[in-house]
Design a protein around this ligand. Sequence first.
Ligand SMILES: Nc1ncnc2c1ncn2[C@@H]1O[C@H](COP(=O)(O)OP(=O)(O)OP(=O)(O)O)[C@@H](O)[C@H]1O
Ligand code: SF4
Ligand SMILES: [Mg+2]
Length: 328
Amino acid sequence: MSELIFDTVSVRYGGRRGLTAVDGVSLTVPAGKVVGLVGESGSGKSTLARAAVGLSPISAGRVLLGGVDVRKLPRRRPLQMVFQDPYSSLNPRMTIGESITEAIPRGVLPGRSARKEEAARLLELVNLDPDRAEHLPGQMSGGQRQRVALARALAGRPEALIADEITSALDVSVQGAVLNLVRSVQRQLDLSMLFISHNLAVIRYLSDIVAVMYLGRIVEAGPAEQVLTDPQHPYTRDLLDAAPSAHKSLFDLEPSATADAEPPDPHYPPAGCRYHPRCPVGPLVRTDREICLRADPVEDAASRRHAAACHFSESEGHEPAISRGASA
Ligand SMILES: Nc1ncnc2c1ncn2[C@@H]1O[C@H](COP(=O)(O)OP(=O)(O)OP(=O)(O)O)[C@@H](O)[C@H]1O
Ligand code: SF4
Ligand SMILES: [Mg+2]
């Protein structure tokens, strides 16, 4: 399986009055690993994901799969995406068997019966009865449709998969089963996966690496256990503090909220640190931290633990400048 690399990717919507929804993001999904991407609504998660499959316009940078620019891949087959709403990838007038067969590259299986057999195999892989092949999407539940969307994405025999809030629209009672399925398929096929969710419990359950996005930037990324137990960026801390506690059911969670203030208008990102108008340890409460108003911490983030974009986060190999619950 192949590594998926976002190399200083920017995505700009609209003209002069538009906005930069993704701003110079670099992120690596190592081969066969799951990177969980978390961040509040509007932070640019979907825009980043969609850039990889050609659905949002890359204005700078590139996305590489196995070292090859995704824009040069054959119809982007090795990289597939599953969306929140399975209807968006299923034609309501096609049977699910037809939908899956259509997604099998002709070069892989040219014969009609071989393609039908492959569709049945894929349905079994996502724990659906192959007899379901004759059904229309409208005859299935939301969870079953999402399984079909996954089977369809897998029909291209991808090396990497992007899953964007794939359980958010599902009934809570089936979210767990779909997540278990995704995890088992990812391991079975050794897929590299970018898994997007608002829900930190879901991210924790699936991810090897966690990346936190805020206002078009990755503000912290590192091994899941480390980021979730020893967050370095105040925004990550806010997300964790706002998330329901561990004793609550894993799948019975609402999307997290952060800090009190509304997110800034992405058309006019704040100068300096983009988080400064909301930061609970920033210049709003610490007047000595005026650096946050003028210098962008993204610039030297690589030298900090978890590449945290905060002037006061711990440097790689040094004692923390900010610790949880401390006066910082
Ligand atoms: N097609 C578009 N044209 C213009 N602006 C867009 C478009 N799609 C998204 N945006 C804007 O880009 C920013 C990032 O949106 P995006 O959908 O990527 O966020 P997100 O993190 O996926 O949010 P959510 O968690 O709600 O899905 C937002 O300000 C959004 O309004
Ligand atoms: S750089 Fe300053 S404002 Fe930004 S997160 Fe760190 S402390 Fe907060
Ligand atoms: Mg989104």
